[in-house]
Design a protein around this ligand. Sequence first.
Ligand code: NAP
Length: 255
Amino acid sequence: MALNRVVAGWAGRRVWIVGASSGIGAATAELLLERGARVAVSARSAQALEDRFGTRALIEPLDITDHGAVQAAADRIADAWSGFDLVMDFAGTYRAARAWQLDPVQARVVVEANLVGALNVVAATQRRLLAQGAGGIALVSSVAGYAGLPNSLVYGATKAALINLAETLWLDLAPRGVSVYLVTPGFVATPLTAQNRFRMPALIGADEAAREILAGIERGAFDIHFPKRFTRAMKLLRILPYPLMFRLVRRYTGL
Ligand SMILES: NC(=O)c1ccc[n+]([C@@H]2O[C@H](COP(=O)([O-])OP(=O)(O)OC[C@H]3O[C@@H](n4cnc5c(N)ncnc54)[C@H](OP(=O)(O)O)[C@@H]3O)[C@@H](O)[C@H]2O)c1
């Protein structure tokens, strides 16, 4: 059953992508441009956005942790386009860490980019989307949000929070005409995962991730997770009794 409105095509659709300078966000922006959407792109690195998108997209550099900057960019883009059809937050940061490596300063950076940043994007755009009674917001979580995993300290906690946030947003916004999408990738080869020193199961490319995301939005899905061969196993882990769940995680990761 479709929990969101089905999207028939992308030609002319107005899409703002935060976290578009590399990885999955950049690949999604490219795919949307290819399919005829109007695209605005944000990230901290103005140069990377310029180099990649030039005049093909509206370029709005920002730090997602700065709510004033996010609001100002949202207003400029929505004014230029007279609204949004879709707002996607890919901005995120990850540092592999075990419990004994917890650094409060670094932890704050991750929480602010991944969670506070998402709240800033929602706060800056939902009034306009609610007034339209149409359009959507996509938040990007991770399988690390499904269950506690070694090396996911802080990062996993922010991604679990994003699952909860997307669920809550859907309950409030969907009945008012605003679609909410929870995007949960498994492992995708991007600059973010390049630091991983372990074998990443079911690793896919950013282009494949972008295709999965757009296909999920087109069919009106709320829960857009991929690749299924990996994410289904991770979803199962989430509902197992803890003794079994912990045993399986330990056995699989060797940690
Ligand atoms: N790759 C995976 O396996 C995987 C799996 C599950 C979930 N995810 C999630 O997917 C999303 C995209 O990740 P990715 O793998 O594509 O990583 P990536 O290539 O490192 O892209 C992250 C993007 O976020 C932007 N960003 C980071 N901090 C920001 C800030 N404070 N303000 C504005 N923009 C910021 C980065 O640009 P600037 O540095 O220029 O700001 C970049 O455009 C993340 O939320 C990640 O957690 C990734």
